[in-house]
Design a protein around this ligand. Structure first.
Ligand SMILES: Cc1cc2nc3c(=O)[nH]c(=O)nc-3n(C[C@H](O)[C@H](O)[C@H](O)COP(=O)(O)OP(=O)(O)OC[C@H]3O[C@@H](n4cnc5c(N)ncnc54)[C@H](O)[C@@H]3O)c2cc1C
Ligand SMILES: *[C@@H]1O[C@H](CO)[C@@H](O)[C@H](O)[C@H]1NC(C)=O
Ligand SMILES: *[C@@H]1O[C@H](CO)[C@@H](O)[C@H](O)[C@H]1NC(C)=O
Ligand SMILES: *[C@@H]1O[C@H](CO)[C@@H](O)[C@H](O)[C@H]1NC(C)=O
Ligand SMILES: *[C@@H]1O[C@H](CO)[C@@H](O)[C@H](O)[C@H]1NC(C)=O
Ligand SMILES: *[C@@H]1O[C@H](CO)[C@@H](O)[C@H](O)[C@H]1NC(C)=O
Length: 541
């Protein structure tokens, strides 16, 4: 019998083929991806031991190893289909190619500290490239430079600097386990912020794999892409392999102190006064203030401010400076300890200051639950503003919360907004970090805690930057806006969150993205979209 397909069966057939190819099951995509890798990699044995799928017993532990926020470690958190832990640069291009071929998204993870877990969570089928083994650090003390793999931690960088020189340092963050892949590409700051600016300000070269699998350095990537990955985030542009940084000089002796002041000790007047002092004082002084609720043994609640400082100099000069500029704080010699810069790093982490080895440990036990948000302040907040914040801290859900003010000024005010993609410079007195933490036992109340920190954020609206309201990419916050996960992302969708992170640098980031990844392969909830270059219809296809 001769079968003549009717139009309707043909349409049905086309429909089936079409929908099948668009929505191949996750299993098919994984099979396709793995088959593709076998074709692309000359010696598959050399990479197969680095490829994890859920059938490998260590899949879960490799996934969990770098998770730093337990909110994204639950059974309901979307999991990757594949995790790959490459060991050499030429293993990355085949992964990108095969992910593209099989419509899988890539998430690149370096240290896994993303506040919203974006390096290891996606709502669409995805593969993780986990760079934890790209962790080599080579310090050249003569040249005052270092090359570091994107998967190195800042602790590894600090360690390798310290064993070579006590006079060299690097202006990156507090926690040693933070990965340089996300940290430098988001900006990155720490105790040397007012003296030297952001970590990204000191990046002098980089290696990146682009969407076509090319390995580029500063020269071959071009100054616009090199500009973009210093503060514009890595996840929009490719897989960053390594950074070269310039090291900075610090004195042999620095001085640290942390002093506490409760409401009963004029804490509100002190934090109010702090706003006028900390951003303008000598840039050798980094003095931040952290507010938390504190309950005494007899159950009485108060707000305890912790004035936490590193001064790039000896105690005598520090005391003279504080006596002149901030006598109200009442700093005395006994509050102060002289030490080396690397000891100040350890001190601020809460590690014993006599051993460097813990800086190398990238594993972090006791990962907790948290939600963070950020703001910038350009005009001092009134006393009443702080009093309102304290009231929120007295609410039951404010028990484990933090309101952390980091002074800007100094070098930060000297670097132009457009120097690198990180934009928050002159005009900002300080950055605010709103944080709330909870424990596993309270996990079912997660929404309440998140609601609390959002309430705090809403409360401070009159006192912080507007149009756009500034935010710090390293403190990623999906509340401020997200892209659609699938389909075309418009510039206007991305502008909602993008101008908060990048202010006037947002448009230039879009242009860079349009040049380097016009098909928007490297994408996530807060990645820069390319301009859509519409076909004008003037030519025949
Ligand atoms: C405990 C803790 C302490 C912190 N302390 C500080 C601090 O003192 N100062 C500060 O500025 N910030 C701090 N942060 C924030 C931190 O800088 C950011 O979370 C930063 O993005 C972490 O980098 P990562 O490589 O560990 O993160 P990841 O989660 O691995 O990555 C973060 C983002 O960058 C992308 N990315 C990572 N690596 C690459 C790469 N190689 N190529 C392309 N894209 C990449 C990821 O896809 C993701 O979008 C802290 C965070 C935590 C959790
Ligand atoms: C392939 O890689 C494996 C593991 O790295 C190695 O033992 C083997 O010798 C390699 N084979 C060839 C043909 O290079
Ligand atoms: C995971 O399992 C596959 C199939 O057995 C194997 O080829 C691969 O080497 C395993 N991966 C790791 C990291 O052990
Ligand atoms: C990769 O890094 C992990 C974590 O530091 C380590 O346990 C493992 O041995 C490393 N693998 C290689 C091949 O270096
Ligand atoms: C609190 O501050 C006020 C105004 O600066 C000052 O007069 C008062 O003595 C201070 N009280 C304490 C306990 O320090
Ligand atoms: C109160 O503050 C002290 C000193 O900072 C601290 O040791 C204690 O844990 C705090 N108590 C609470 C309940 O936060």
């Amino acid at each position: 019998m001769k079968i003549t397909p009717t139009i309707s069966t043909l349409i049905f057939f086309l429909f089936v083929v079409f929908s099948w190819s668009c929505a191949a099951s996750a299993d098919d995509r994984v099979d396709g991806f793995l088959e593709c890798l076998k074709d692309q990699v000359d010696n598959y044995t050399s990479i197969s031991s680095l490829v994890y799928t859920p059938i490998n017993s260590s899949f879960q532990s490799v996934l969990d190893f770098s998770i730093r926020n337990r909110r994204f470690m639950s059974a309901s958190t979307p999991k990757p289909l594949v995790i790959i832990t490459p060991e050499c640069e030429d293993q990355i291009a085949p992964i990108i190619y095969c992910a593209k071929q099989n419509q899988l998204q890539i998430r690149t993870r370096s240290g896994g500290h993303d506040f919203e877990g974006r390096s290891y969570v996606s709502e669409v089928p995805f593969v993780i490239i986990d760079l934890l083994n790209f962790s080599e650090v080579t310090v050249d003390a003569e040249q005052k430079t270092a090359w570091l793999g994107a998967g190195a931690t800042i602790g590894m960088l600090y360690y390798n600097i310290a064993i070579k020189s006590s006079r060299l340092a690097f202006p990156a963050g507090f926690s040693p386990t933070v990965g340089v892949g996300g940290h430098f590409s988001g900006g990155g700051y720490g105790i040397l912020l007012r003296k030297y600016g952001m970590a990204a300000d000191h990046v002098i070269d980089a290696r990146i794999v682009d969407v076509n699998g090319n390995i580029l350095d500063r020269k071959s990537m071009g100054e616009d892409l090199f500009w973009a990955i210093r503060g514009g985030g890595g996840s929009s542009f490719g897989v960053i392999l390594a950074w070269k940084v310039g090291l900075v000089e610090v004195p042999e002796t620095v001085t640290v102190f942390t002093i506490f002041r409760d409401l009963e000790q004029n804490a509100t007047q002190l934090i109010h006064r702090w706003q006028y002092v900390a951003p303008t004082i000598d840039q050798d002084l980094f003095l931040r203030v952290i507010a938390r609720r504190n309950t005494s043994a007899d159950g009485k609640m108060t707000i305890r401010l912790s004035f936490n400082s590193v001064f790039l100099g000896g105690v005598d000069r520090l005391l003279a400076l504080m006596q002149k500029e901030f006598p109200e704080l009442g700093l005395v010699r006994d509050d102060c300890t002289e030490m080396s810069w690397i000891q100040a790093i350890l001190y601020n982490t809460g590690l014993p200051i006599d051993s460097l080895e813990p800086l190398l440990d990238r594993y972090q036990p006791d990962v907790g639950y948290y939600k963070g948000k950020s703001d910038y302040v350009q005009e001092p907040m009134p006393i009443s503003g702080f009093e309102g914040v304290w009231e929120l801290f007295y609410e039951p859900d404010g028990k484990e919360a933090e309101f952390l003010l980091t002074p800007y000024g100094g070098k930060m005010a000297e670097i132009p907004e457009s120097a690198i993609a990180f934009p928050h410079r002159a005009g900002n007195l300080y950055m605010v970090h709103h944080m709330i933490y909870w424990e596993a036992e309270q996990a079912q109340d997660e929404d309440k805690y998140i609601a609390w920190v959002r309430k705090l954020y809403n409360y401070v609206t009159p006192y912080v930057t507007k149009n756009p309201r500034g935010a710090f990419l390293c403190y990623r916050d999906l509340d401020i806006g997200v892209n659609n996960n699938e389909g075309v992302v418009t510039i206007e969708t991305a502008r909602v969150w993008g101008e908060k992170y990048f202010v006037n640098n947002f448009n230039r980031l879009v242009l860079v993205k349009t040049r380097v990844d016009p098909g928007n392969f490297f994408r996530e909830e807060q990645s820069i979209p390319p301009l859509i270059l519409r076909w004008t219809g003037k030519e025949d296809i």
